[in-house]
Design a protein around this ligand. Structure first.
Ligand code: SFD
Ligand code: AMP
Length: 628
């Protein structure tokens, strides 16, 4: 790689990612770093203004606890999250985020984000925990504050991080490459914060052909967080807890505003409401089946039972919901008309603020939501520790929220530090702390960054880099370019070649394995030990072929590594599904050979990858809600 320059950047704290958690981290780290004379650097594969899950904007802030206003208590939030995750949650981490999240929301408002208010100036809620926003520019606003705090000289955009830089067991930074110039980057750091989001396109998506690439969560979040922490030797948790969102079919428009704000029903092809006709099934999943709101996976499950019985399609009854609300004004035709207009515009804005393609699809199909119902469906699985899934790194909780029972299990010195000293994780990258969403991810980024700066102060030794390791990494990371260059033109179609595989084909094979063996859309989210074992056998060949990934240019080089990252996320997922011998989250996945919940598995299923070996470990679930 003679024409690749190597650039070395030395810093104290390296924030990897530029999304919600990273932006929160930037603001907080800048403050504490200034006090301690430390340097903070941020690196993002894209441009922060529109990078990550919030690129298109959002129409709601899904976590606002309202602690100061006395709307809710911390315990209320813990009860909600614990039940929604069928008992498997780190309450210490969830509570730490919940007590700081309102602060992040108030900052967003101060920075210029329009949050809906009512006539009395109070926030308009979508549901108990969710606030409505005019959020098309949400990410731009949050990124601007982060950029101002760090200074653009300390920010590297369009640099894709591939691997942790290790010196033995110690992480001393990260390496990657520019996706625009021939530059290989070596970041040296005393502490590293992983905030590269979740993973999309690990499973075969419903979208194919002309719709390919459309997904609910952003396709550019490709499992880099999981790969980085796994490769560095960090213990991971909840790798089996994928999230399957129910979304408006084919363009993935969100359903929250319809269910919660507009109080819509969903019905099957026979006009039956599965939440009513299937209510008896909830008894089988007690105690969680009996709580309100019904956990997200169980809502999915009741719907899927109808689908598996051939009772689809499933529809969101937008027309009925809008009429129901407007009917409150039916005695005053003028007020009725005005309300209808208002509801119509709110319905469109919900999509235009965060899932523009859904508005385009509605327009393309002549849908008027006030007149006709729209189809919804369970999407393919995603890995996202910040929403209603839980996959991510196993992190230390805060000291002050531990009880005598949790302290030894859940606390090791610095909040949000992984099991490898000096590596921190937040947002989608940290596990077992679901329902943080955009606001909670920002708050968790702030928490992790403050702790990471404390770590740098306590551990001031300069990181020792082994340059032989750097050279090895550089050769391996850039190898796909060489492979393509050397072999191109040999076959009549450069996409089909005996010497290499291009990343798109590689991704298709990964998705096919996951779809058919690990419980994807085509398998109705069902899997079993024999299926997973067969899938893992096929993965061995994929892993072999990962060494033969080829790239025509820098952009495709990024695609190569994105798919290797996805492959690692996939493997962690399959191994953990195999390890947990029960079905705890029907509606996310169903293990047909272990069809019910098993009390022995009210536990975390954790995994670590070290020296080429996977180690699986059960960790106890210990709650703190009684003590706060
Ligand atoms: O309605 C590398 N989310 C919602 N949250 C809400 O609060 N309200 C909503 O309305 C939400 N909905 C929603 C949401 C997301 C999406 C896509 C839709 C709808 C359509 C969830 C939040 O967005 C989510 O919880 C947070 O954004 C998570 O934050 P974080 O920081 O963990 O992830 P990120 O923001 O995606 O940022 C990731 C960053 O990493 C970068 N990156 N950088 C360098 N090297 C690599 N190898 C990298 N790989 C990734 C990315 O560029 C990015 O900067 S609703 O559906 O529920
Ligand atoms: P979604 O648009 O599905 O991501 O939902 C946004 C928020 O509303 C998330 O916090 C969901 O958990 C919640 N939510 C969505 N649908 C429902 C429902 N039917 N009942 C309770 N909460 C819901």
């Amino acid at each position: 790689m003679a024409d690749f320059q190597t650039k070395e950047v030395s810093t104290d704290l390296l924030i990897i990612g530029g999304g919600m958690a990273a932006c929160g981290a930037a603001v907080e780290a800048a403050y504490w770093a200034k006090k301690n004379g430390l340097k903070v650097t941020l690196v993002d594969k894209a441009a922060m203004d529109r990078s990550g899950a919030v690129a298109m904007g959002l129409s709601a802030i899904n976590q606002y606890v309202g602690l100061k206003d006395g709307e809710n208590t911390l315990k209320d939030y813990l009860n909600y999250v614990r039940n929604d995750l069928m008992g498997i949650t780190r309450e210490d981490v969830v509570a730490n985020i919940a007590r700081h999240v309102d602060g992040s929301v108030h900052l967003f408002e101060k920075w210029g984000l329009p949050i809906w208010t009512d006539d009395e100036g109070k926030y308009v809620h979508e549901g108990r925990w969710q606030l409505m926003i005019n959020g098309e520019s949400y990410k731009v606003i949050v990124a601007e504050a982060a950029k101002n705090a760090l200074g653009t000289d300390n920010i590297y955009e369009r640099v894709f991080i591939v691997d942790p830089l290790m010196n033995g067991d110690k992480c001393v930074g990260a390496v990657g490459f520019s996706v625009r110039e021939n530059i290989f980057y070596v970041f040296k750091a005393k502490a590293v914060m992983v905030a590269m989001g979740g993973a999309v396109h690990v499973f075969k998506p419903r979208s194919s052909g002309e719709g390919l690439g459309r997904a609910w969560y952003p396709p550019w979040n490709s499992g880099s967080s999981a790969y980085f922490t796994l490769k560095a030797g960090c213990e991971m948790t909840c790798q089996e807890v994928r999230f399957i969102p129910v979304r408006f079919k084919d363009a993935y428009g969100p359903v929250g505003a319809w269910f919660l704000l507009f109080k819509s029903r969903a019905t099957n092809g026979l006009d039956e409401n599965y939440m009513q006709t299937r209510a008896g099934e909830l008894e089988n999943w007690a105690p969680y089946g009996k709580v309100k709101p019904v956990p997200a996976n169980l809502r999915n499950w009741l719907m899927l039972l109808d689908v598996m019985d051939g009772k689809g399609p499933i529809y969101m009854r937008t027309e009925e919901a809008i009429q129901n609300i407007a009917n409150e004004f039916k005695d005053d035709p003028k007020a009725f008309k005005k309300k209808m207009k208002e509801l119509e515009s709110e319905a469109w804005e919900d999509f235009l603020d965060m899932t523009i393609s859904q508005a385009i699809l509605w327009a393309g199909m002549n849908v008027a939501p006030e007149e006709s119902k729209s189809e919804i469906a369970a999407a393919e699985p995603y890995f996202i520790g910040s929403h209603s899934g839980a996959s991510g790194a196993w992190v230390s909780g805060p000291e002050d929220l531990q009880t005598a029972e949790t302290k030894d299990e859940y606390f090791w010195g610095y909040a949000n530090m992984c099991t490898v000293p000096g590596i921190f994780a937040a947002g989608d990258a940290s596990g077992a702390s679901s329902h943080k969403f955009s606001s909670g991810s920002h708050a968790e980024g702030r928490i992790a960054a403050k702790a990471a700066i404390a770590y740098c102060v306590d551990n001031p030794a300069e990181p020792k880099v082994d340059y032989a390791v750097v050279e090895e990494l550089k050769t391996r990371i850039l190898a796909p370019l060489d492979l393509f260059e050397k072999n191109k033109g040999y076959s009549s179609d450069n996409n089909i070649h005996p010497e290499y595989i291009r990343p798109k084909m590689f991704m298709f094979r990964l998705q096919k394995i996951m779809d058919e063996y690990a419980g994807g859309v085509s398998s109705q989210f069902k899997t079993s030990k024999p299926l997973i074992e067969r899938g893992m056998f096929l993965m061995d060949f994929l892993r072999e072929d990962a060494e033969k990934l080829a790239a025509e240019d820098l952009h495709e080089l990024m695609r190569c590594w994105e798919n290797t990252h996805r492959m690692w996320q996939a493997e962690a997922h399959m191994r953990t599904i195999l390890f947990r011998e029960e079905t705890r989250w029907p509606g996310y996945y169903f293990r047909t050979d272990t069809p019910g919940m098993n009390a022995d598995w009210l536990a975390f299923a954790n995994c670590t990858w070290k020296n080429g070996e996977w180690e699986m470990k059960k960790r106890p679930v210990k709650y703190i809600h009684e003590s706060i």
